[in-house]
Design a protein around this ligand. Structure first.
Ligand SMILES: C[S@@+](CC[C@H](N)C(=O)[O-])C[C@H]1O[C@@H](n2cnc3c(N)ncnc32)[C@H](O)[C@@H]1O
Length: 262
């Protein structure tokens, strides 16, 4: 039912990266990821609701609750896509005398453009900057942000460690790191149904709603390729963060990571 992922990459294959279950030259991966998200951007929000039966909204609210945004916050929302995290944070700090500033960064111009259109539709035009940028090379100075968020973006980057180092670099001492990501393994009782859903239903939904089966196969495959939560927590700590915490959500389908830059 669940296609076997290829075995771990051989030692020395450092110039390659996972793209779902495929191995691709590392230098090619950003363009592949960008093309994929450019392609799904127009239906991204509706697909999120369909694929998760709306549950992604609860996970994102859990992230924003964990952040507990205060007026004056400087937030960097990396892989921010069409702005789901940004708008939730903005809604909590708007109206304050000095509400703060949010910079949304994403590799995909189309995702950013859709985010901007949503901002326009919502009348949320103040306090948000939208930038096309790679999580591995943020066009920001060191120690500029109070908080860094990344929801479901980190598994798509080419070098996870570099993205974590960038998160650390841009945060001020005392800054907060929050990351949501799918977990490759769910509770055993859920795993058969989850595999069937991921590898059969998701690609079919992608084909029906978007005429694109491949991008949704990539979604299922990239989740299976991402490190287990305990391992990813170690990577966060290795980037320099302190007090790393993991909270499994919905039977381990997703995980919320939090940490501090001291
Ligand atoms: C699944 S979407 C999540 C979007 C949004 N954070 C949300 O939760 O709805 C993943 C996003 O990560 C972006 N992304 C992938 N690789 C990236 C990278 N290296 N740097 C910045 N963004 C990246 C994609 O373009 C896409 O918009």
């Amino acid at each position: 039912m669940r296609p076997d992922p290829p075995s771990e990459p051989p030692e020395g294959a450092k110039d390659e990266a996972d793209f779902g279950f495929k191995r691709v030259p590392a230098g090619d991966k950003p363009a592949l990821v960008r093309t994929l998200f450019d392609g799904v951007a127009s239906r991204y929000d509706i697909m999120n609701d369909l694929m998760s039966a709306g549950i992604h909204r609860l996970w994102k609210t859990a992230l924003v609750d964990g952040l507990a945004p205060r007026p004056g916050l400087t937030l960097v929302d990396v892989a921010g896509g069409t702005g789901d995290i940004t708008f939730r944070v903005h809604d909590r700090i708007k109206g304050a005398v000095a509400p703060g500033r949010i910079t949304v960064l994403d590799l995909s111009l189309e995702m950013i453009e859709h985010g901007r259109m949503r901002a326009w539709d919502r009348g949320t035009l103040e306090g948000i900057d939208w930038l096309v940028a790679d999580a591995e090379a943020l066009p920001l100075g060191a120690r500029v942000a109070d908080a860094y968020t990344n929801a479901f973006g980190i598994r798509n980057v080419t070098h996870t460690e570099r993205a974590l180092e960038e998160a650390y670099r841009v945060l001020k001492p005392g800054g907060r790191f929050l990351c949501l990501e799918f977990s490759p393994r769910v509770r055993p009782i859920l795993s058969r149904a989850y595999d069937a859903y991921s590898f059969r239903v998701l690609p079919l939904l992608g084909e029906l709603v978007q005429g694109d089966r491949e991008s949704y196969s990539y979604l299922a495959e990239s989740i299976r390729r991402f490190p287990e939560p305990a391992r990813f927590a170690e990577m966060i700590a290795a980037a320099g963060f302190a007090r790393v915490k993991v909270r499994l959500l919905s039977g381990g389908i997703a995980a919320l990571f939090s940490a501090w830059r001291l």
